[in-house]
Design a protein around this ligand. Structure first.
Ligand SMILES: O=P(O)(O)O[C@@H]1C[C@H](O)[C@@H](CO)O1
Length: 291
């Protein structure tokens, strides 16, 4: 894997220009769908969709539950672009490729990024089916230099040393919690810290215990690089983790997690997640996209 592959500004621009030549939609909000959460795109009206394989420069999705389609459309008066399928480091993509669409969205005029993922819970009191608003993250690969911003900095996107202290927008987190209360789903809502690990294996019990002791509430294999790149280029970010399983922390526990189970919880909670994200997008303040 080339974790430090460099992608030039021109390459991002070419993809953005190609997409803008193929659709008249000018998105204000981008959504990245996590495992089993691709149905978020189904809510978009006046859809135009592109297979990743047809988009110049786009990587390909290889994971079950990640369709590999970029869907444009309207939702509650906002123009959106939705990734039905994301790219993970463990698929062998470089981190630049993993986060490639985020910079393309920026160049297309997107202002707000909504990231979703499936995650296992470590926090006591979190259960499968709960929806965690991401308050902050621990980017484990990033801490050891497997980081999408490694290499020469592209000043056109952002500064060499970006701050990450407020990377999950506080107002959007409050708004989402308010909406959840109005929709009568407050009892399944949580807020917490997401940690990204490299995957693709699920955690050992010792790893689970370590993460728990470190104060991690939910663990997954994505999202942090996308959020880092989005924050670097000035996008406002909101993140949700759907808790699909409890991470096994006891040697006596006979339960074990698998990807089909992860996807199944996505299906079961699809309606709730859709309702929440739809209403949030409806209430997000955006400017006109003049690209
Ligand atoms: O794309 P996300 O982070 O939602 O996918 C999670 C992590 C692994 O890719 C997979 C494990 O079931 O789901």
């Amino acid at each position: 894997m080339h974790s430090k592959e460099q992608i030039s500004h021109d390459e991002y621009q070419k993809t953005a220009d190609w997409l803008m030549s193929q659709t008249t939609h000018r998105p204000q909000v981008a959504i990245i769908c996590g495992s089993g959460l691709g149905m978020l795109a189904d809510t978009l009206k006046c859809q135009e969709a592109f297979d990743y394989s047809d988009i110049p420069g786009f990587p390909q999705s290889t994971v079950q539950g990640h369709a590999g389609r970029l869907v444009f459309g309207e939702l509650k008066g906002k123009t959106c672009v939705c990734m039905q399928g994301r790219f993970h480091m463990y698929e062998g993509h470089s981190l630049s490729k993993t986060t490639f669409p985020v910079r393309v969205f920026k160049l297309m005029g997107v202002e707000t990024l909504i990231v979703t993922n499936a995650a296992g819970s470590l926090a006591d009191g979190f259960h499968p089916g709960d929806i965690m608003i991401i308050k902050d993250h621990v980017n484990f690969p990033g801490l050891v230099g497997m980081h999408p911003l490694c290499g020469p900095n592209d000043d056109k996107f952002g500064p060499r040393f970006p701050a990450m202290s407020g990377c999950y927008d506080k107002d959007l987190r409050c708004l989402a919690m308010e909406i959840a209360k109005e929709q009568g789903v407050a009892s399944v809502m949580r807020e917490g810290v997401y940690a990204m690990v490299g995957g693709p294996n699920f955690e050992t019990i010792a790893e689970a215990r370590l993460l728990h002791r470190l104060g991690v509430d939910a663990v997954g294999m994505s999202t942090a690089p996308e959020v880092v790149v989005a924050t670097h280029c000035g996008l406002r970010v909101f993140g949700l983790s759907l808790i699909t399983n409890k991470v096994v922390k006891c040697y006596e526990d006979t339960e074990s997690v698998n990807h089909d189970g992860v996807l199944e919880v996505g299906r079961l909670r699809s309606h709730t997640v859709q309702q929440l994200v739809t209403e949030l997008i409806g209430r997000i303040e955006v400017n006109n996209n003049t690209k």
